[in-house]
Design a protein around this ligand. Sequence first.
Ligand code: ADP
Ligand code: MG
Length: 364
Amino acid sequence: MKVTLKNLTKIFPNKKTKSEVIAVNNFDYVIEDGELIGLLGPSGCGKSTTLNLLSGLLEPTSGSIFFGDDDVTMLPAESRGVGLVFQNYALYPHLTVLQNITFPLENRKGKDKLSKEQMVEMATEVARLVQIDGLLDRKPSELSGGQQQRVAIARALVKKPRILLLDEPLSNLDARLRLQTREELRRIQRSTGITTVFVTHDQEEAMSISDKIVVMKDGVVHQTGAPQEVYDDPINYFVATFLGTPPINCFDGCVKDGKISIGDEAIMDCAGVSDREVIVAIRPEGFSLDGDEKQVFTCELSRVEVMGRDMSVVAMHEKCKSPLIRAIIDSDNLKNLNGDKVVFGLKPHKLFIFEKESGERIRF
Ligand code: ADP
Ligand code: MG
């Protein structure tokens, strides 16, 4: 199901301060049929509000939502055909796994009414899909967190929803289970082909499973696109710093006479850009130690951490916005490191400059 958000806006009044919060500001976007969208941004940026507008739990202040060609903006939640999964699995503790999954099917009336056998059949089918079909007789308390979340996903899927909405569904799981469950989610989404919006504040999670990501801040969509596209071509400082592990390295710098400088060192040409103060941002993989670079940048060497295939060179620079710089480098080049200075080569496509005040990207 294709989903269209048109100028979607949600404003919450704040009765105490008499001010208002624009939780979602003019969100305009088309989710293509069958896509998995990662809605990504820091806490409070409007992700859950957007999801609740899609589900019908909240009514927008203005704007509209279409499922296919149907305007569902004013349709109540129960008529929209959405499956919802939240961070806390919200299973009924006194019901078995099977009963939890069939629960949404129980109160169908008239021609939609299902027999007991039909419900069990539908529940068993989704239970198999999320690989909990061996656990149908258990109570939620007899399941691990990961298994409970699978039950919640099965319960959302059993109604054959038109779209699936997931609000930080992996946040209660430990690191290993998170990783495993997110791959699982991707598999389930692929095999059902159901249009899915996945909300998370974890950029790595969103990048790893989404067809497209939508990066939000303060209710405003900053950038959308395939994860790699957005990572490689951030439109502003916020997006550049929000994506990437380890994070991008940022420096106070300037442009003078067509060259980017950090401190006294001119590190790269940027012909055509007029003189100004900028933020220089370099991805960890944007440094090299091949020894034959034209464009170099000198830092103080702090330490080297070898991590198998790659090594992490940790360095410092007085203009760096954080205490340490982290460069990820092929460990074959370890031999080029000695002394208390490190002279990095720089890869031009991994280095961005931004306006100091507005954070807008300056292209060169
Ligand atoms: P996220 O899910 O990205 O953390 P939310 O969508 O929950 O963010 O919230 C976005 C903003 O809207 C926040 O500033 C939050 O405080 C505010 N907000 C959310 N729900 C309400 C509400 N029911 N009443 C007032 N303000 C709200
Ligand atoms: Mg939220």
